[in-house]
Design a binder for this molecule. Structure first.
Ligand code: SF4
Length: 296
């Protein structure tokens, strides 16, 4: 059997000779075959997910290399369609020396139980869109919005935690993306943020993305208050901002180096940033909205 390996992961495992500016702390894999969904922002049919290329390798060889690797987590991306959850189960049973995350779509409760028993430690669910209307515009050939919501609830119950993947830039306004993050927080579900990368470029301005990153961090780490004007964020009051706000969000040790951006303009920092990078990120966010650090 073959498995697809992200290009940076292939470098770390010695399957490809490539130079990386940041080493992945999680090993990223993609199950082989065609996704039966056809979401309008996804480049899976051309061998990519977001900006990342996924060459195929023999799974036996990959498993041996994973065993020797010092990465902290394995993440397996699962296309949508019949038979994929069973395939995921089989792959996890062969590759589970480290905590395993699986990135999935809306699926049945029984399927979640099956992959949990096989050794998946947590799941990320590609809701991607901030509202049902935006979901219906972009996501095609996959289960409906309510099925993704049900999967998030079931995953939280079965695994004890779950992550909701959200892409910023699909046409949502600030209020909508902030509201869905608040909703996820209430449900006890984490959020992993992605910046839309389409046709070789980021389709969201960096300053807006920085404020959404700060919003996520604030919602999950204390009190936060937001003022909007017709959906656009005008002011936010947060208890604190630290450098984690600008780093890749998601499962523990997930850093997805340059998954949705070029190395020259980083949206999600895949490493611990220094003071200078932190100040610049904050400055960038302040071009978009007023940010007040306050105490309640
Ligand atoms: S947050 Fe990262 S490790 Fe977790 S499922 Fe998503 S891509 Fe995988």
């Amino acid at each position: 059997m073959k498995i697809r390996v992200s290009i940076a992961t292939a470098g770390v495992l010695g399957l490809k000779k490539i130079k990386t500016n940041a080493k992945p702390t999680t090993l990223y894999f993609l199950l082989p075959g065609k996704c039966q969904g056809s979401c309008a922002y996804c480049n899976h049919k051309n061998g990519y997910l977001s900006r990342v290329k996924w060459p195929e390798f023999d799974i036996e060889d990959v498993v041996k290399r994973v065993q020797k690797s010092d990465a902290k987590r394995i993440c397996i991306q699962c296309p949508y369609g019949e038979g994929y959850m069973k395939m995921l189960k089989n792959v996890v049973e062969r590759m589970n020396e480290k905590p395993v995350s699986a990135s999935i779509s809306g699926v049945e409760r029984e399927e979640l139980k099956m992959i949990h028993e096989a050794g998946v430690e947590r799941v990320g669910i590609g809701l991607d869109c901030a509202t049902e209307k935006i979901f219906n515009k972009w996501k095609r050939g996959v289960p409906p919005w309510h099925k993704y919501m049900e999967t998030l609830r079931n995953a939280k119950e079965i695994f004890g935690h779950a992550t909701c993947h959200l892409i910023v830039g699909l046409g949502e306004n600030d209020e909508e993306i902030i509201n869905i993050m608040k909703k996820m927080k209430k449900m006890g579900i984490d959020v992993a943020l992605f910046a839309l990368f389409l046709k070789n470029k980021n389709e969201i301005e960096l300053s807006r993305y920085r404020t959404i990153q700060i919003s996520r961090h604030a919602i999950y780490n204390g009190n936060a208050r937001f003022n909007f004007e017709e959906g656009k964020l005008k002011e936010m009051y947060v208890e604190r901002i630290d450098r984690n706000a600008f780093m890749t969000s998601g499962c523990p040790y997930c850093n997805r180096p340059f998954y949705n951006e070029r190395v020259t303009k980083i949206y999600n920092y895949p490493y611990s940033i220094n003071e200078d990078e932190f100040e610049k990120s904050l400055e960038e966010a302040r071009k978009y909205a007023e940010i007040f650090i306050t105490y309640w």
